[in-house]
Design a protein around this ligand. Structure first.
Ligand SMILES: NC(=O)c1ccc[n+]([C@@H]2O[C@H](COP(=O)([O-])OP(=O)(O)OC[C@H]3O[C@@H](n4cnc5c(N)ncnc54)[C@H](OP(=O)(O)O)[C@@H]3O)[C@@H](O)[C@H]2O)c1
Length: 260
C-alpha cells in the first residue's frame, strides 16, 4: 500500500525530490527507491518532512512509533498519517510526543491502480492544514473523504472491504455466464467490463442508482425478471446484514488486544 501511494504521488506530478521512502529492510528500501527514482531515507530525516505516511501492518506499528517518537519532539513537525487498518488515532498519539498531529486514513486496494477511496479522520491535534496535507498525499491514489473517527468502522465495512463484495459479484456473474454457455474468459471480461462501465456511469452522471437501474428495466423485461429473483432471495437484505457484520468485526478488532 505504501508503494502504491509512492507510485501515485509520482504519477500525480510530485517531483522525485519531494518524496522519500524508508523500509526496515535496507536492501528492499534501495530496490523500492531506485525502482521509483526517489531517495531512500534514514528515519532520522523524518523531522525534515511535511507528511509521514505510516504504511506498516497494524502489528508493526508500535515498533515503528517507538523509533519515531524521539525524532518528533520539535514543533512544528510533520503530520503523521497512519493507514494501519483499525488503529485509533489515540493509540498513535499516545506513542508519540504530546501535540504531534495524527490523521488516520482508511484506503482501499483500488489505490493500487490510482482508483482508491481514502477516508480520513483527524486525531485530536490535527487541524485543517494537517488534514489538507494528508488529503494532498492520499488524493494521488484516488478520491478522498472525511468522517469523524467513530465512523471509521462503518467506512471499513463499506469501502475498505467493499472491493471484495464487487469481486464476489463479478465472480458470480462470470460463473453464471459460463453456466449459460459462454466461455469462461469471455464471461469474466463481460462481467468486469460491465461493473467498470456501470461504476463510471454512476460516477460520471452523478445519477441515483435507482434511476439508472430503472432505465435498464423495461416493464416485464429481462432485467426485471432478474431483479425479481434478487428480491425474492433477499439479496439486498443480505448485503445490509453483511456490511453490518463487517462493521461489527472491525469494531471488535479495534478493541484492546483485538488488532494483531
Ligand atoms: N492492503 C490493503 O488493502 C489495505 C487497505 C487498507 C489499509 N491497509 C493498511 O495498510 C498497511 C500496509 O498494508 P500492506 O498490505 O501494504 O502491508 P505490507 O505489504 O506488509 O507492507 C508493509 C511494509 O512496511 C515494512 N515495514 C514493516 N515494519 C517496518 C519498520 N519497522 N520500519 C520500516 N518499514 C517497515 C514492511 O517490510 P517487511 O516486508 O520487511 O515486513 C513492508 O514493506 C496496513 O496497516 C494495512 O492495515 C491496507
Amino acid at each position: 500500500m505504501g508503494e502504491a501511494v509512492l507510485a501515485g504521488l509520482l504519477r500525480a506530478g510530485w517531483q522525485p525530490t519531494e518524496v522519500r521512502v524508508h523500509e526496515r529492510d535496507g536492501q528492499r528500501m534501495a530496490v523500492v527507491a531506485a525502482g521509483h527514482g526517489v531517495s531512500a531515507a534514514g528515519l532520522d530525516e523524518v523531522s525534515d518532512v511535511d507528511v509521514v505516511v505510516l504504511a506498516v501492518k497494524p502489528g508493526q506499528l508500535p515498533a515503528v512509533l517507538g523509533r519515531l517518537s524521539p525524532l518528533l519532539v520539535s514543533r512544528p513537525g510533520p503530520v503523521v498519517v497512519s493507514i494501519a487498518a483499525g488503529v485509533p488515532t489515540r493509540t498513535v498519539e499516545a506513542a508519540l510526543p504530546d501535540g504531534v498531529p495524527v490523521v488516520r486514513v482508511m484506503p482501499n486496494t483500488p489505490a493500487l491502480v490510482g482508483a482508491g477511496v481514502s477516508v480520513l479522520s483527524p486525531g485530536r491535534n490535527a487541524g485543517e492544514d494537517h488534514l489538507a496535507a494528508a488529503e494532498r498525499v492520499m488524493s494521488a491514489v484516488g478520491s478522498t473523504h472525511r468522517v469523524p473517527e467513530e465512523l471509521q468502522d462503518a467506512v471499513t465495512a463499506v469501502s475498505g472491504s467493499g472491493p471484495a463484495y464487487v469481486f464476489y459479484l463479478v465472480d458470480a456473474m462470470a460463473e453464471a455466464g459460463a453456466l449459460l454457455g459462454l466461455d469462461r474468459g469471455t464471461a469474466r471480461e463481460l462481467a468486469v467490463g460491465t461493473v467498470l462501465g456501470a461504476a463510471r456511469l454512476l460516477a460520471e452522471t452523478g445519477r441515483h442508482p435507482v434511476e439508472l437501474r430503472e432505465q435498464v428495466s423495461s416493464p416485464a423485461g429481462t432485467t426485471m425478471a432478474a431483479l425479481r429473483v434478487l428480491d425474492q432471495r433477499a439479496v439486498r437484505a443480505a448485503l445490509l446484514d453483511a456490511i453490518t457484520a463487517a462493521r461489527d468485526r472491525s469494531t471488535e478488532l479495534g478493541e484492546p488486544g483485538g488488532v494483531g
